[in-house]
Write a protein that binds this ligand. Sequence first.
Ligand SMILES: Nc1ncnc2c1ncn2[C@@H]1O[C@H](COP(=O)(O)OP(=O)(O)O)[C@@H](O)[C@H]1O
Ligand SMILES: [Mg+2]
Length: 226
Amino acid sequence: MSKLIARSIGKRFPTRGDDLVVLLDVSLELDTGESAVVMGPSGSGKSTVLNILGTLEPPSSGEVSIDGCDPFSLDERELARFRNRRIGFVFQEHHLLPQCSVLENVLLPTLADGARDRTGEAESRGRALLDRVGLSDRLDHRPAELSGGERQRVSIVRALIQQPVVVLADEPTGNLDRASADGVADLLSEMHADDGAVLIVVTHSERLAKRFGRRFDLVDGTLRPH
Ligand SMILES: Nc1ncnc2c1ncn2[C@@H]1O[C@H](COP(=O)(O)OP(=O)(O)O)[C@@H](O)[C@H]1O
Ligand SMILES: [Mg+2]
């Protein structure tokens, strides 16, 4: 069974008048090691798709299966744990905690379960990944002391620290200049190739889109192969 399956996802938001129908029929199936790019105009529902696949929001209709599990059948606590373990997020804005160091930010997901890193395994992995993205001399820096590209590299490491099944990146290079954007794109595709997660990237950039496996356009609430 594929690692990530979306079957005929629909999403509507209640409004005072008619519901706002954002997604009509989004279906997608990706296996370990596969990647996809989702493109589409602003407001077409790309972030809504990622929020649903990332279990942050339930669909109004249709089904999601991640690693063989329907996440929306879990209770709130189980779902939070599932999300923390199985899904990595990279957003346009870095969402790093300003008061925490680079290393602490990267290790945050590993502390959320209340599980202590007794063996130091998570910390070793964090240090190795940060080394891999060229930030081993920035471990004690605060996010404000980094460039935009460096912050996104930290975000990518944080997204991968739990060895998730699915990595979702919502316009990860949207705020970066071209050189930093290329660096972040290289990193996402390299690390994805090694890690073997399912990767979905939302972007407006043709340059970025070319680097990933399958390409889809979100049009009229439907995901269409490009
Ligand atoms: N929580 C929400 N409540 C009401 N409307 C929403 C909500 N989230 C998104 N929308 C609406 O859904 C549409 C798609 O939004 P979004 O998924 O953010 O698009 P994109 O990421 O493609 O720019 C927009 O019209 C947006 O205003
Ligand atoms: Mg968006």
